[in-house]
Design a protein around this ligand. Sequence first.
Ligand SMILES: [Zn+2]
Length: 415
Amino acid sequence: MGQVRDLAEALWSGSLSTADAHPFTAFAGLEEYRPGLAFVSAFANVVAASTGEGLVLIDTGSFFSGEAIREQLRAWSTAAVHTAVYTHGHIDHATGIGAFEAEARPRGAAPLRVVAHRAVGARFERYRLTAGYNASINARQFRFGALAWPTEYRAPDAVYDARLDLDVGGVRFELHHARGETDDHTWLWLPEHRAVCTGDLFLWASPNCGNPQKVQRYPRDQAEALERMAALDAELLLPGHGPPIEGASRVREALTTTAALLRSLHDQTVARMNEGASLDQVLASVRAPAELLGRPWLRPVYDEPEFVVRNVWRLYGGWWDGDASRLKPARDEALALEVAALSGGAAALAARAEALSARGEHALACHLVEWAARAAPADLVIAATRAEVYTRRAATETSLMACSIYHDAAGSRPR
Ligand SMILES: [Zn+2]
């Protein structure tokens, strides 16, 4: 077996955890899975299929990994790239194409064609509009330091709405649209290879369907798409992140369990909303089934179920959480000063936060220490307590999203 297959086997069996080999950092190079079908394991994976008219790429990597991916692919095939499909417009999947276009130009080769769902164009527009916001949230989420968010994008040459079948050099690619992690997702069925390319609808982690800093996600749509993929009886699953899964029964299990987790979170949340519950009551009662969350490919190492619940609430219910005091709340500083005065001062609040943190009541401790720091912004002892409380909290969390936000808070002042 090659390195990618070894990684897949270790992760599937649970002998290696996604907490230690995170699907966003497991770079294991290129491996051929079928004659004419290669998989490049990278920050975001790339699939390449040989056809009679050249290569078809499914995703392209990012502007910072595209060249390395291109070099790996060129050791496998020298054929020109005919078509690239973006599974969605996230920059780690859709901005590596520059390396392949730069390669094609001096060869005088025909320009390659980019195919994607119609909504990719609107995403690129939004990315240009919110470049500053995206630079700051992604720097925080991935701990990149200052990241220049791109403002130039290679737009698709051809778009589709619900379904598109491509025949390139005698090989068939069936493109299916689904909302899920994004509104512009494409998953593909390659019948000759009996392979399904999931994009980020499967990514070796509890689904990215709740991200606290990003736009709306669609858990029910994602579950439906995963169920449709499962019905194909694919023998190979090529995901957006993490290694491929081989064998019809494993592929079906990976897809159906991920769908079941999303359906459970969605349906529990909607049921509570229909009973008139507030968001706080929903969060207190909805639980991800432990049997699903314990699967090696569903651990909450990136996003997490609590965030999916909030996302379902936002999808159907808007942003207000049901607490009247939070409809038009007092400013954070005013509330902090009032609570600190009632508590006998900001130092007393911070001391209580420290005690709660020490006995593992991290959520409460964070509220109290945040009030203390806002009430006494120049107090260095309180600032140090705050940093300690958030550092301890980060150490108890499993998801990259929560850990990153708590680490960022530990290293900065209240925002
Ligand atoms: Zn991705």
